[in-house]
Design a protein around this ligand. Structure first.
Ligand SMILES: Cc1cc2nc3c(=O)[nH]c(=O)nc-3n(C[C@H](O)[C@H](O)[C@H](O)COP(=O)(O)O)c2cc1C
Length: 322
């Protein structure tokens, strides 16, 4: 067998995706100590045993070998900062971190995905590491998605699609559809997201097409009716001459005649103010919607929506180009 290349060996091991834990204990002066560890694993159900391994070079080695107890905190996906903090050697890692002590004196954090308080049952030699096996004497768990570690990077857990998920969500014979029907989901999300804004503009007697015109003229002032129609074609809400007449009469837009003799429109101060109020409400809904996702999910969700928009009709002009 060829000699083991340390870097390649490390990379190969990194292919084994794990969770991330912080293991805590106390030193001979009773001071809390802890390390980030991904080497945690289950061993036995009866008796309840778990294991992890600690580098012999770790400053906390003596504390873990002598204290007799430790606690394993399985981190949630929003606890990267904690993981990084406890991966730094030495330092006062507990400064400013809320914790309390178990009856055995082991420091415990709340708000992790799971927590196991253990009596140190066995210790084994493991090359440059020591393998610590703990008998679980107490544990709790929370409904939090775990933080993952893979290939030297933090990752988030994602459920794979079910094998039997055929995507058949519409039955045209009975004219029914299920909750997974994409068109239904998209429409429902749109209605729920835009309802407060729709209610507000209806209170002002402003139609959806008029709202879309105000938005467009805010991004690109000085458009003609035919330009507005071209840019709104994909919405199925086409402004008619009467739409612009109504908007002008309401004082939302003003009309000027261009050099080519065509009427061009732009928002009045009043039109801008109404649009600002509508957008402020939209932004609130945007923030509320965003709360349902992690930052990574949100970035992916936006990318999926952009892909869908481009896929369904690549010809639709961008709102921001001429
Ligand atoms: C994601 C991650 C997983 C880690 N897993 C382990 C591990 O299983 N065992 C270990 O000894 N060190 C592990 N480390 C490194 C220790 O957390 C790090 O060496 C720590 O500084 C040791 O602290 P101490 O020297 O104060 O005892 C890991 C670090 C990270 C970022």
């Amino acid at each position: 067998m060829s000699p083991i290349d340390a870097r390649q060996f490390r990379n190969a091991l990194g292919q084994f995706a794990t969770g991330v834990t912080i293991v805590t204990t106390f030193d001979d002066a009773g001071r809390p100590t802890g390390v980030t560890a991904s080497s945690f694993n289950s061993v036995s159900l009866d008796p309840p045993l778990v294991l992890w391994s600690l580098a012999k070079s770790a400053q906390s080695l003596k504390a873990f070998q002598e204290s007799g107890h430790f606690a394993v905190h399985v981190l949630g996906q929003d606890q990267q900062d904690m993981s990084n903090r406890f991966a730094r050697s030495g330092e006062d890692k507990f400064a400013g971190v809320p914790h309390h002590l178990s009856p055995e004196g082991v420091p415990l954090f709340d708000n992790c995905a799971a927590r196991f308080v253990c009596r140190t049952a066995y210790q084994y030699e493991g090359g440059d590491h020591v393998i610590l096996v703990g008998e679980v004497i107490d544990f709790d768990t929370a409904d939090t998605d775990p933080l993952l570690f893979h290939g030297g990077h933090y990752k988030e857990a994602r459920q794979t699609a079910a094998e039997d998920d055929t995507g058949a969500t519409v039955d045209v014979d009975t004219a029914t559809f299920t909750e997974d029907f994409l068109s239904y989901l998209m429409a429902r999300a749109h209605f729920q997201l835009s309802l407060p804004v729709a209610q507000l503009r209806r209170d002002w007697g402003m139609g959806e097409t008029e709202f879309l015109c105000l938005s467009l003229l805010s991004l690109t002032p000085g458009l003609t009716l035919s330009e507005l129609q071209r840019r709104l074609e994909h919405t199925g809400r086409l402004p008619e001459p009467e739409t612009l007449e109504h908007m002008t009469a309401q004082g939302w837009v003003s009309c000027q005649v261009s050099a080519t003799g065509e009427p061009v429109y732009e928002n009045t101060t009043q039109g801008r103010e109404l649009l600002v109020e509508l957008l402020a409400n939209s932004r609130l809904m945007d923030e509320k919607a965003s709360e349902a996702f992690t930052p990574t999910e949100l970035a992916e969700f936006r990318a999926y929506l952009r892909r869908l928009v481009a896929h369904l009709d690549p010809e639709v002009p961008s709102l921001w180009s001429n």
